[in-house]
Design a protein around this ligand. Sequence first.
Ligand SMILES: Nc1ncnc2c1ncn2[C@@H]1O[C@H](COP(=O)(O)OP(=O)(O)OP(=O)(O)O)[C@@H](O)[C@H]1O
Ligand SMILES: [Mg+2]
Ligand SMILES: [Zn+2]
Length: 523
Amino acid sequence: MNYQVLARKWRPHNFTEVVGQEHVVKSLINALQHDRLHHAYLFTGTRGVGKTTLARILAKAINCENLQDFNPCGACSVCRDLDEGRFLDLIEVDAASRTKVEDTRDLLDNAQYAPSHGRYKVYIIDEVHMLSGHSFNALLKTLEEPPPHVKFLLATTDPHKIPVTVLSRCLQFNLKRLLSAQIFAQMEFILQQENIEFEASALKLLSRSADGSMRDGLSLLDQAIVYGNGKVQAEDVRAMLGTVAQQPVEDLLIALAQGDAAAILDKINEIADLTPDFSEILQQILQVLHRVALLQQVPTAVDHDFDAEMIASLSSRLIPEDVQLFYQIGLVGQRDLNLAPDPRSGFEMVMLRMLAFRPVPQEQNPVKLVRIQQTADNLPIKPAPPVAATVHRNESSVTAVECDWLSMILAMQLTGPARELANNCVLENIDDKFCNLIVDPDYIRGARAEETLQKALQTYRGAELKLVIKAKKTAQETPAVQLTKKREDKQQAAVEAINSDHNIQALKDQFDARVLPGSIEPV
Ligand SMILES: Nc1ncnc2c1ncn2[C@@H]1O[C@H](COP(=O)(O)OP(=O)(O)OP(=O)(O)O)[C@@H](O)[C@H]1O
Ligand SMILES: [Mg+2]
Ligand SMILES: [Zn+2]
């Protein structure tokens, strides 16, 4: 009957126990080390990421009688009193429940008196954005001329609601959402300490659902333990969460990449049995697309969460233009979802719209060829067989097919900056020692893209060749130019078709209609 929820039981007591937030911990320890504590700190960040926890640890560290490597010792009377919530010089206020100006004034009036036990009087004001305007003014007065023995530690999820006058007097630390992998590791650690049996796959589902919040993660874990009668198993967790977490998102995006409407509807049908929150699934799709786009454009910006593999796989299956398009449609879809007759049909329409608005595949469009080819093979890293069946490998003479730079780009399955670079080059010649490319002098290329391209060429040729890119003007058209031209031709044809359309002409004549500039798109 004495069950204490995990989040409370496992609240970190010192800096070392805090998961993540290294940037904040490091600054605080530095300040303690050099005795350069600011008089007011503001911790911001979403729910359950360690704001209150860090404020309490700092309060302890400020007064601890026996700091251990700048960590509160946990044993002195200050640490013990503080952990048990009876340290007189810590004044903890939950602004959400004490918003009246008198309350704040009472509190702050006492600030002038020296601490009774510790070195500093510490005020922790949680949810500080909830203070009323008058209360903020009272706080501001004290912040302007803080007595030397007072420290303010403020915390909020909503820094935008705090007056700038207050903000500017605080040292602000923005806490990050935690990675699923960090939440996973903490759950694993806690369950081991608690001697509770668990399946790793169950923890994966739970840590993803925590959505970056350690507290939410641990609350879900509490629920899962009760649900599973003292064990944490994937099947129970799945049933408990009412959704299959990330898997359907990945499946849906793969079906989308393959342009397979039937598979999408099948998948939705499957998901629907679990009575999921479709808005939540759409949200997850958007998050995944965002990470895919990041990986494609800035490979170094990627976090190393445990679903990094899925993100890598998707980013090789989807082309950047589609990722942007899907994201945009998903975003608008999210907004309109509650206007749909029911969430499921709304969700279906969003997914189908993503398909419908994708450009129609075209024989010469390299992008489409890549897509068709990649559906057969879900491994992003493995070098694909060349599109053209007649390429002769290990032959040092240059065959006609290999001279076709566009086909080579396709065959190498390049993505992101490397493909961008390749598309902007023309091929001068290639053999097993060198690949000579020409690029426009105005084109800005990154060293990393060049490196990636060289590796792809080496794999493609099966030889340790060196990539040499010369910057000079050339009359030859790059694949990028060819593609733009093709697009412009199509656009031109579309505009002409609209302008010569009888019905449109009739609309113009009879209703004084006009075609909105820029609204014509080739189908
Ligand atoms: N960075 C972290 N490392 C370890 N545990 C954490 C971390 N952040 C949160 N927790 C866990 O979640 C619980 C709640 O954390 P805390 O009260 O610090 O969150 P918060 O950011 O103040 O959230 P809120 O905005 O809801 O007040 C802690 O008791 C702890 O168990
Ligand atoms: Mg808090
Ligand atoms: Zn101590």
